[in-house]
Write a protein that binds this ligand. Structure first.
Ligand code: HEC
Ligand code: HEC
Length: 182
């Protein structure tokens, strides 16, 4: 009797969806073949967690991701965030583009981005890593901050008021080419 009970318990544990973080759904969109979507592998756990919570609570707007975040409970959010954070960040291969190097560096200096995001824009804890993030995603999300479409951290929006759309494009391209090794 006790044996049967133990087996049933083990089977139930095995079937429990929150037992291990299942990243399969996520990786279908968050992969190297989809340059418009952000890299999650190696991003900081607390930052991922906050974005998923914000999406779940409709504080960050993106219909598909809001829908996905709403399927996750708090425990799953913590586990999934941790699982992505433990993966290695893959640094970009084509690094410096001399034609934007100086301007990119100056634009980052102008906004004092390293003050919060770290001297190599590597981020920490709840501050996202930017170095080597995909250019297309960086540009989109920075423009969304500027236009207040992304409004879950207002200080980023006021900072970007000082940049034109063209400057944001150059800055995104420059940052995406930065490599940082943990
Ligand atoms: C249908 C495609 C799709 C799927 C599936 C998907 N995502 Fe996303 N995800 C996106 C897109 C597109 C964005 C960018 C949203 C934006 O522009 O605000 C995003 C953004 C995010 C962000 C914000 C990242 C950042 O740097 O701010 C997190 C965190 C995230 N997704 C986690 C997940 C997790 C965890 C899963 C699986 C449970 C998942 N996503 C599944 C498309 C997807
Ligand atoms: C005062 C501190 C601070 C400064 C200065 C700052 N940031 Fe941020 N930034 C943050 C924080 C905190 C977040 C995460 C917001 C959240 O938790 O939702 C963020 C988010 C971002 C994101 C979103 C990343 C992602 O994966 O979606 C980008 C891109 C970004 N910052 C770029 C910049 C750039 C470029 C500069 C300089 C022009 C800059 N930041 C200056 C604190 C700062």
């Amino acid at each position: 009797m006790e044996k049967i009970f133990t087996s049933v318990l083990l089977i139930l544990l095995f079937l429990s969806p929150s037992l291990a973080a299942d990243l399969t759904v996520c990786v279908a969109c968050h992969n190297n073949d989809q340059p418009a979507n952000p890299i999650l592998d190696g991003q900081h756990a607390k930052y991922i967690e906050k974005q998923l919570q914000d999406l779940k609570k409709d504080l960050r707007i993106h219909a598909q991701m809001q829908g996905i975040a709403k399927t996750l409970d708090d425990k799953q959010i913590v586990e999934i965030s941790k699982a992505f954070a433990e993966k290695a960040w893959s640094n970009p291969t084509p690094k410096i583009d001399p034609s934007i190097q100086e301007e990119g560096k100056n634009l980052v200096r102008k906004g004092n981005c390293t003050r919060c995001h770290g001297s190599e824009l590597e981020g920490t804890y709840n501050i996202p890593r930017l170095a080597g993030q995909r250019a297309e995603y960086l540009k989109t999300t920075l423009l969304q901050y500027k236009n207040k479409e992304r409004n879950n951290f207002p200080p980023m929006s006021s900072m970007l008021n000082r940049y034109s759309e063209k400057e944001i494009g150059v800055m995104a391209d420059y940052i995406s080419r930065l490599a940082y090794q943990e």
